[in-house]
Write a protein that binds this ligand. Structure first.
Ligand code: SF4
Length: 273
């Protein structure tokens, strides 16, 4: 018998429902509609299959960290950055991608933050959808998807869940809480902390911890989002012509960087100040 279907949620879905603090002006529910309700339509599917530049840089950065620790000698020779650029085939990338990734490689080469750590998981970044974590909240069962970049063991024996970032956006503590909740299911016997590290700015966040009460609150919030998500998908399926009511557009500056701007009828290319 196959695994039964269950409602699901992830930090990514949460962030598509509710923007992080300071990002409210950029938030557009219609993006969620394209990405979640219309993802199988050929035009939408094709757009979803293309990484945006920030996504692509993030993936190359994660792959570089992975490769550096697959072959730790790459962190030794004086040409380690050049060799990694070859492994990543950076010469085939657009110049913006090349420049930013080279900077990331140089940063990591100078300060390889995972060197000497007891790493128990390090993702390459292109593994696809992670295994779902089955969560029970009372009588409600749902799947949590948590794509964790790295886990190592801290000197005090705690698991340290590390998420790599690139670009300028601030760390979103909600993501850390989702990972800490995931850790209570994946490693129930161990205490965990979480943090973020920006590979472009070399900025490391505080170590983030959560009490049982906080994790319980996060779990309840995730149940609410999983239910809301299914409700919206159902409403769209029953009445596709209501797309813009179910997923309201928020056109503006954010359209410039939206991956759906070529197919969105609400997209604005210029906005007067
Ligand atoms: S193009 Fe603009 S309005 Fe349309 S989905 Fe993207 S951000 Fe929203």
């Amino acid at each position: 018998m196959g695994t039964p279907w269950r409602p699901y949620v992830s930090f990514n879905i949460w962030s598509q429902f509710a923007p992080s603090v300071g990002q409210e002006h950029w938030h557009c529910d219609m993006k969620r509609g394209f990405a979640r309700a219309r993802k199988k339509e050929p035009l939408v599917k094709a757009l979803l299959e293309q990484d945006t530049t920030p996504q692509h840089i993030g993936l190359l950065a994660q792959k570089a960290v992975y490769e550096f620790h697959q072959d730790i000698e790459l962190l030794q020779p004086s040409n380690g950055v050049e060799r990694m650029a070859e492994i990543l085939q950076l010469s085939k990338e657009p110049s913006e991608v090349q420049q930013r990734v080279i900077q990331i490689l140089q940063n990591y080469y100078k300060n390889p933050i995972l060197a000497g750590k007891n790493i128990i998981k390090l993702s390459r970044g292109d593994e696809g959808i992670p295994e779902p974590i089955l969560i029970r909240n009372g009588n409600y069962f749902f799947n949590l998807f948590a794509a964790i970049d790295c886990i190592f063991v801290d000197l005090d024996g705690k698991l340290h869940i590390l998420d790599f970032k690139t670009g300028k956006s601030d760390f979103d503590r909600r993501q850390a809480f989702v990972y800490l909740l995931a850790a209570t299911y994946l490693y129930p016997q161990q205490k965990a902390v979480a943090s973020f590290y920006n590979l472009e700015t070399n900025k490391w966040s505080d170590r983030i911890t959560a009490t049982d009460a906080q994790l319980n609150a996060i779990q309840i919030e995730l149940v609410r989002i999983a239910e809301q998500h299914q409700k919206e998908l159902r409403r769209y399926k029953e009445n596709p012509s209501n797309f813009a009511q179910i997923f309201p557009a928020n056109p503006g500056f954010n359209c410039r960087n939206c991956q759906f701007n070529s197919i969105c009828k609400f997209s604005v290319s210029e906005v007067s100040a």
